[in-house]
Design a binder for this molecule. Structure first.
Ligand SMILES: NC(=O)NC(NC(N)=O)C(=O)[O-]
Ligand SMILES: [Zn+2]
Ligand SMILES: [Zn+2]
Length: 463
């Protein structure tokens, strides 16, 4: 079967249906899952050509709802062409683009329209969009919702780029009022600039040691930010979401707010689940991101919270830059760009560590596809294998190992802390709305992805 061709049916001995893995045939019509025939009612002839993938696992494509594509404006960092190829190679069939670090940022209707124009003809997977809440743009929020934005991100601390200023409490109240009744969601970069209480004098510490950076952004910065978010969420009952949770110390607060009825969700990232502060070498600025990667005991608490459902989903927070900005030569953590690249490797990264902790394939779908689709208001279209859903499939071999080498990375900038790592889980093929877009290292020549505009809704969509 050629790349780009229409797939009418996929057969595998291991299709993930609900919590079970079983032999099945997925029948596809007009890009949607039409019917799923399990082994008991599969007669062997379904009346069309069948893509038989043998023992490879078939699951819904990954929905990565935290990706910085940076186009237009910072395409030397990343762009839709390269990011969505990396996504397709990693079994990611939907990417939700962050409103920064593109220039202009997605903070006005006009800027959103500019972004949509840029996307056209460059995407190998589907793309939806987050907007941004910045001081003074509250009147833009509803027009952007009407135009199909999935929701908004804001920062409570400097964002890393000057065109995307962080908000103060006053801005949050005005934004919340605009969002009330729209069904939209506000995403928080939850770090607050609180002064460290212990004697961390950054001036005297070695900026090339990871610990210097770690101590400059202690847990309390996340905890205090999340306290503010929880209060706002309870007050306005607008959907709120905490992006890239790093500190397990904030979990109690989140749990308490939810128990009190706050429509609050939370994600963590592959790097907080796979990398540990204790083993980050001096000068290794490819490990820098905000909030910082913390210690191994904290990491195990994040894993437990994923198991119990206290953390709802896992994303990449793919945020690349050019090599000079990572300051690899000086190795200065305080000057380097904060952001880690991993879009292509989310699925095997997660599976390599999750399978050791007794997570099942159904957990992978819940955390990487279904809940991320729901957060992005794509829950009735993406993230599930069921009739009526888009036929977005990842076909992969979870037991097969591979090593991450520069030559096989499709992100624009190849720098990643995972270079040389050996992971479990090879993506064999990716199907996007019933078309074969990736197989064994090759792509469909034509980008078949489209942009996804979210229909306006009212009320609260919960996970
Ligand atoms: N400007 C950024 O891309 N920031 C991102 N940077 C990280 N996570 O280090 C983020 O999501 O906050
Ligand atoms: Zn952030
Ligand atoms: Zn981010």
């Amino acid at each position: 079967m050629e790349l780009g061709s229409v797939v009418s049916a996929v057969r595998s001995n291991r299709v993930l249906l609900g919590n079970e893995v079983s032999p099945a045939v997925i029948i596809i019509k007009d890009g949607k899952i039409h019917q799923i025939l399990s082994s008991c009612n599969f007669t062997g002839d379904v009346g069309c050509e069948v893509l038989d993938v043998g023992d490879s696992v078939v699951m819904p494509g990954v929905v990565d709802c935290h990706v910085h594509v940076n186009e237009p404006g910072r395409t030397s960092w990343e762009g839709f062409w390269t990011a969505t190829r990396a996504a397709a190679a990693g079994g990611v069939t939907t990417v939700v683009d962050m409103p920064l670090n593109s220039i202009p940022p997605t903070t006005t209707l006009r800027n959103f329209e500019e972004k949509l124009q840029e996307v056209t003809g460059k995407c190998f997977v589907d793309v939806a969009f987050w907007g941004g809440v910045v001081p003074g743009n509250q009147r833009e929020l509803r027009p952007m919702i009407k135009a199909g934005i999935a929701g908004f991100k804001c920062f409570l601390i400097h964002s890393g780029v000057d065109e995307f200023p962080h908000v103060a409490e006053f801005d949050l109240h005005t934004a919340m009022k605009q969002l009330q009744g729209t069904g939209s969601v506000l995403l928080f970069h939850a770090e607050l600039d609180v002064q460290p209480t212990t004697g961390n004098n950054a001036d005297e510490s070695d900026p090339c040691q990871y610990d210097t950076f770690l101590r400059s952004r202690p847990d309390v910065m996340e905890v205090e930010a999340i306290r503010t978010v929880a209060e706002l969420c309870l007050q306005y009952r607008v959907r709120c979401h905490i992006v890239h949770l790093s500190s397990a110390k904030a979990l109690k607060l989140i749990q308490k707010a939810r128990q009190a009825g706050a429509p609050l969700t939370v994600e963590t990232t592959h790097h907080y689940l796979n990398l540990c502060a204790e083993t980050i070498p001096a000068r290794a600025t490819q490990f820098k991101c905000c909030p910082p990667i913390r210690g191994s005991a904290n990491q195990e608490q994040l894993w437990s919270a994923l198991k119990t459902g206290q953390i709802d989903m896992v994303v990449s927070d793919h945020s690349p830059c050019t090599p000079d900005l990572k300051k690899l030569e000086s190795g200065d953590f305080t000057q380097a760009w904060g952001g880690i690249s991993s879009l292509q490797f989310g699925l095997p990264l997660f599976w390599t560590s999750a399978s050791k902790r007794d997570f099942q394939l159904a957990d992978v779908v819940r955390l990487l596809s279904r809940n991320t689709a729901h957060l992005s208001s794509l829950g009735s279209l993406k993230g599930s294998l069921a009739p009526g859903f888009d036929a977005d499939l990842v076909i992969w071999d979870p037991e097969t190992g591979f090593q991450i080498e520069e030559a096989s990375i499709h992100h624009k900038n190849k720098m990643t802390p995972y270079l040389g790592s050996t992971l479990q889980g090879v993506v064999r093929a990716t199907v996007l709305r019933g078309r074969l877009v990736y197989r064994d290292g090759s792509f469909c020549p034509e980008p078949l992805g489209k942009h996804l505009l979210i229909p306006q809704r009212t009320g609260q969509a919960q996970l």
